[in-house]
Design a protein around this ligand. Structure first.
Ligand code: GLN
Length: 475
């Protein structure tokens, strides 16, 4: 077998000139996955259904009927429904559950002949920043096996980085696509809220959740986004805003105005090398004719508290359905209705999920509702308006994706406040509903990747991707 290229267009060329077949392609990834089992990136591998897809699509290819994503071998985070395949959210409570229907994103991928190779490890119910809360155990960072890959979509980021699949889907409620992308050195896009249907995606915090894309390059991200974005009847919050052909809007030469979030870049918690990389980058961007303004965002300290009050509130309600009756794990010791609920949930959920359900229930309880929940909703509005105000005058906001590079497994897991605070730079985009991307532009002297985060106006993924392409090509 010829060596397998690392971009969709190159794979499609190889398929077209018959130097590669789809079965060979799938076999290549299956082999890579088994050689890299120690990463623990996959929860389930779908060798059988992926090979069957490969054979079926190869026939379509010969008759010239293959879809746009032919040759795309993709992994999906284990919170995205694929009919007749396991769907666990990396939780014991769903350990034996199989989905009975396809999510909208999976349906759209399959329609365009993408091949789904397996589902990927993540933090339990997507709650976490390190992939350490998974029932299936932690994932290792492909650049250093003792480090976390980031989370919650840690398996997705690690798999793409190591080449176990060409691309992957994740979900991003407060950074779960961008932060692991930064830690593993790949591209991670969180589109605008409403850009992609959430139908068939296990809900964490419904007014924040968005499906996102991991890839090695911007072109592949564009190909996938063009297929999975757009209105879906099954998700009332999906937008009917038109979906451009994203591949045709990148590689445009355009001069942009960028807001550099000075107070974030200079933040005491930001690693010195990340700071200096950003200062150098600013000069290079200016030298190529873009305008970069130092800007301050006055509400940084309210980002993490607002995010954690609102998301835990939504989670406590979304997770009420896992009760030992509707789905999943039911305690063997249950004797009546009350003990079925209590014991099944006690046995089925891990400690981080329990912590968030309790926090969420607390901030929604009658005595505290106004003090916490209502106040956080007001703060969200203020944060959104202040963010939009910056974006009225600028095409983009730029800041680091994270304050540091990937840290050691076990380093923060016992200190939830420290862990939550590490989401400081990613939650803004979800609070405001705007698109954001992390691109791997630098490498730290410790050998780990550094992610650059760019945010843009709602539904302006096109310019976001165009600018990201420029940065990856020229800087
Ligand atoms: N780390 C954040 C949290 O734990 C983000 C998770 C996510 O985006 N799913 O809530």
């Amino acid at each position: 077998m010829a060596s397998v290229p690392e971009s969709l267009s190159a794979i499609q060329e190889a398929l077209a000139d018959n130097s590669l077949s789809l079965v060979e392609l799938v076999e290549h990834y299956i082999k890579k996955i088994s050689e890299n089992k120690d990463l623990n990136a996959f929860n389930h591998i779908y060798s059988e259904s992926a090979l069957k897809q490969a054979r079926d699509i190869q026939e379509k290819l010969s008759s010239g009927e293959a879809g746009k994503l032919v040759g795309l071998v993709i992994g999906i985070k284990d919170n995205i429904a694929y009919k007749d395949h396991p769907l666990t959210a990396s939780s014991k409570i769903l350990a034996d559950f199989k989905s009975v229907y396809n999510s909208c994103v999976v349906e759209r991928l399959l329609e365009e002949d993408a091949i789904i190779i397996g589902n990927l490890n993540c933090d339990e119910f997507a709650m976490g920043s390190t992939n350490e809360t998974s029932f299936y155990g932690p994932v290792s960072n492909p650049h250093n096996k003792d480090c976390v890959p980031g989370g919650s979509s840690g398996g997705s980021a690690a798999a793409v980085s190591r080449g176990l699949c060409l691309a992957a889907l994740g979900t991003d409620t407060g950074g779960s696509v961008r932060q692991p992308a930064a830690y593993c050195g790949v591209v991670g896009l969180k589109p605008s809220y409403g850009r992609i249907s959430r139908y068939g995606v296990i809900a964490y915090a419904s007014s924040f959740d968005q499906v996102g894309i991991f890839s090695k390059n911007i072109d592949d991200c564009c190909s996938i986004l063009s297929v999975i974005a757009g209105k879906d009847e099954n998700d009332a919050t999906s937008s009917s805003e038109t979906v451009p052909d994203y591949n045709s809007v990148i590689n445009k030469q355009q001069k942009y105005t960028v807001a550099y979030l000075k107070d974030c870049i200079e933040h005491e918690k930001v690693d010195g090398e990340i700071k200096s990389a950003f200062n150098d980058l600013k000069k290079s961007i200016e030298n190529t004719g873009h305008i970069v303004n130092n800007t301050n965002f006055e509400h940084t300290e309210f980002l993490v508290p607002s995010y954690y009050i609102l998301t835990t509130a939504e989670a406590s309600s979304n997770l009420a359905r896992y009760d030992g009756i509707h789905y999943g794990h039911r305690s063997k010791n249950a004797k009546d209705l009350e003990s079925t609920y209590t014991l099944s949930r006690t046995e089925g959920f891990g400690s981080e999920v329990k912590r968030r359900i309790m926090l969420g229930t607390f901030v929604l309880s009658s005595g505290y509702y106004d003090a916490y929940f209502t106040k956080a909703q007001k703060a969200r509005r203020v944060i959104k308006e202040a963010t939009d105000k910056i974006l009225d005058k600028h095409d983009f906001i730029m800041l680091p994706t994270t304050t540091d590079t990937a840290f050691k497994i076990g380093e923060k897991i016992d200190d939830p406040v420290k862990m939550y605070l590490s989401d400081i730079f990613t939650v803004q985009a979800n609070l405001a509903g705007i698109p954001a991307i992390s691109i791997p532009l630098f490498t730290h002297s410790n050998g780990m990747p550094i992610g650059v985060q760019i945010m843009s106006k709602k539904f302006n993924e096109a310019d976001l991707l165009n600018f990201s392409q420029m940065l990856l090509k020229y800087y």
